[in-house]
Design a binder for this molecule. Structure first.
Ligand code: DGT
Ligand code: CA
Ligand code: CA
Ligand code: ZN
Length: 578
């Protein structure tokens, strides 16, 4: 279930887009965009707030607050509806292509009468865009790429969307009489970056009451299939959820089977066959006698196959069976191992919460250290200056004094850092003397994504060679389903990180998850260290760390590979880059 905040954020963002398409005031569009982000990141449920409460959210003024109230009381906003009516449906269809902005979409519609993705692809292949002003071969290439991104992302959703809904359903089902156990399985349990459908498993003696309760959940819009063993529904947001009810003594076998992946299950079934056993969702059986051998827990099932319990994040047939048979599975990093977050923002730049709130929330999470890393001056929109960052440093030192003194548990050191911008040549925002004043620096690419492979590679390698750069932030800059990763020679980047003692970030934001699992596996072979960070721009984002940790696990990382599981003294030695 999408949070009401996300719904409103999407609506305001659409409004901003509609304003630009209809040639409205660019400043007004920006105002709505900012409000969309503020509401999306706000900690409190905006559907419970009145105009006064809404206006306390940064970047939300009276007229925006009133639109939000209107939305929750009537289900729509008249100003948005009016603009929607002005836009031909075809243009709106085209703007679903992530690499095509509203202005160009309108030109295509008005000049060439194009109103669907297919028509646009045809027009590009027939070179009909060549005569339009502002549409060069590079634009064509971008659009085609956007179309393929749109088609490949299909109906999959980001992990946080699926996780929120799944946790809600699990909590609901656990309340139903007769439910002995309940959990989600499938790709969600394996923490894949996108989720096709949600798989929920319940152990109960009688399936009927659970199936019925499931179909009666408020956000179910359609029952796709309703059977004895499995019920599938679609939610009002279009996501499919499968519920399977299994007998309590089959729980372990069913969890193993429905967690997958298919590739992993093929391997476990092969192992069973070689031992004259048969593995199904009901248990592990003797092939000849048909007698059930084990089924109650996943541990039992794996043990009988000669394997230790394999963490779900490894179950992709990427070597986990072989490693398990040899007794060499990695001791995977866990969320509880993380001692601090090393990439976070405040409202000094594009974050939403003030420094003191972010720090208090970090302490609440039990961190031993926490780095504040706002953007440097090279991102002009953030209006950073030396004075502003130094004033922040003074505040950070005060907070460090306050929080650091709370000895033992609850004691947290606050570090002052920055997120530097890796410029087109690999330069960063400040000269070495100034950078030396930070406790740590993250450096990331934020623009000039299509410089060409060699230039991009050289650029990031240069940043690694900077003794004041400790972590490369969101290394490929991809946005899942929206923007591909940059075309750099990642092996050269990984080698440079290993050589210079620069960590690679695993950015935990659900639409980034950058590095991704496969790249982590490769980087690890180069001997690189990693930092699993939230890149929080709001208090609620701090909790995204779980997705970064899941991604790190999918990349087979142990605590030792991840610098922010280390005690502060060891982390500080790493930051010396000696
Ligand atoms: P998704 O939903 O596309 O994100 O990915 P999964 O892995 O959740 O796939 P899904 O929902 O089709 O099935 C959940 C698990 O159930 C899957 O990982 C393995 C198991 N499973 C489902 N259908 C089959 C099947 O026909 N054969 C085998 N071996 N396993 C299956
Ligand atoms: Ca699934
Ligand atoms: Ca499924
Ligand atoms: Zn950042």
């Amino acid at each position: 279930m999408a949070r009401p905040n996300d719904e409103v954020a999407a609506l305001l963002q659409e409004y901003a887009d509609l304003i630009s398409i209809t040639g409205g005031d660019a400043f007004k569009a920006r105002v709505y965009e900012k409000a969309a982000r503020a509401i999306g990141g706000h900690h409190a449920d905006v559907s419970t707030l009145d105009v006064k409460g809404l206006k306390e959210i940064p970047n939300v003024g009276k007229s925006i607050a009133e639109k939000v109230v209107e939305y929750f009381s009537s289900g729509s906003v008249s100003a948005v509806e009016e603009l929607r009516a002005k836009i031909p449906a075809g243009v709106r269809q085209l703007t679903a292509i992530p690499t095509l902005g509203p202005k160009k979409a309108l030109v295509l519609y008005e000049e060439l009468g194009i109103s669907t993705t297919d028509e646009l692809a045809d027009a590009i292949h027939e070179e009909r865009l060549r005569d339009l002003k502002g549409f060069g071969p590079k634009t064509e290439e971008n659009i085609l790429h956007g179309i393929s991104l749109l088609q490949s992302s299909g109906d999959r959703v980001l992990i946080d969307v699926a996780m929120g809904l799944a946790e809600d359903i699990v909590a609901e089902m656990a309340q139903v009489t007769g439910c002995e156990r309940c959990s989600y399985a499938g790709s969600l349990r394996r923490v894949r970056e996108t989720i096709g459908d949600i798989d929920i498993l319940v152990a109960a003696r009688r399936a009927e009451p659970l199936m019925r309760a499931f179909t009666e959940l408020p956000y179910v819009s359609e029952v796709i299939a309703h059977g004895e063993k499995k019920t599938s529904v679609r939610t009002s947001k279009g996501l499919q959820v499968d519920l399977r009810v299994v007998p309590p003594d089959s729980w372990g076998a069913a969890m193993q089977y429905f967690t997958g992946s298919k590739a992993h299950n093929i391997r476990t079934r092969e192992l069973a066959v070689h031992q004259k056993l048969k593995l199904s969702e009901y248990g592990l059986f003797d092939t000849e006698s048909g007698k059930k051998i084990v089924s109650e827990t996943e541990e039992d099932v794996y043990a009988r196959l000669g394997l230790p319990w394999i963490p779900p994040t490894l179950r992709e047939d990427r070597g986990e069976i072989e490693a398990g048979l040899r007794g060499e599975l990695p001791d995977l990093v866990q969320e509880k191992d993380i001692r601090g977050d090393l990439h976070t923002h405040t409202d000094l730049t594009d974050g939403l919460a003030p420094l003191a709130e972010m720090v208090a929330a970090a302490a609440e999470r039990g961190y031993a250290y926490y780095a504040v890393t706002d953007h440097g001056p090279d991102m002009a929109m953030q209006r950073m200056t030396d004075e502003r960052i130094l004033a922040q440093r003074a505040r950070v030192r005060e907070l460090d004094g306050e929080y650091g003194k709370r000895g033992g548990r609850g004691g947290m050191r606050v570090l002052h850092g920055a997120e530097l911008n890796i410029g087109p040549d690999g330069d960063v925002d400040w000269p070495p003397e100034f950078l030396a004043g930070f406790d740590l620096c993250v450096a990331s690419v934020h623009s000039h994504f299509s410089q060409g492979r060699e230039a991009l590679t050289r650029r990031i390698v240069r940043a690694c060679e900077n003794p004041h750069v400790h972590i490369i932030g969101h290394p490929t800059t991809r946005i899942i389903g929206k923007r591909p990763g940059i075309d750099a020679d990642l092996d050269a980047v990984f080698a440079a990180c290993a050589r210079t003692g620069t960590a690679l970030e695993i950015n935990s934001h659900p639409d980034r998850l950058d590095l991704r699992d496969e790249d982590i596996l490769r980087a690890r072979r180069h001997g690189v260290r990693f930092a699993v960070d939230s890149d929080a721009h709001a208090v609620i984002h701090l909790a995204n760390l779980r997705y970064g940790v899941g991604t790190a696990q999918r990349g087979w990382l142990t605590g030792d590979d991840v610098i922010n599981t280390w005690p502060l003294t060891r982390l500080r030695r790493f930051l010396e880059k000696a």
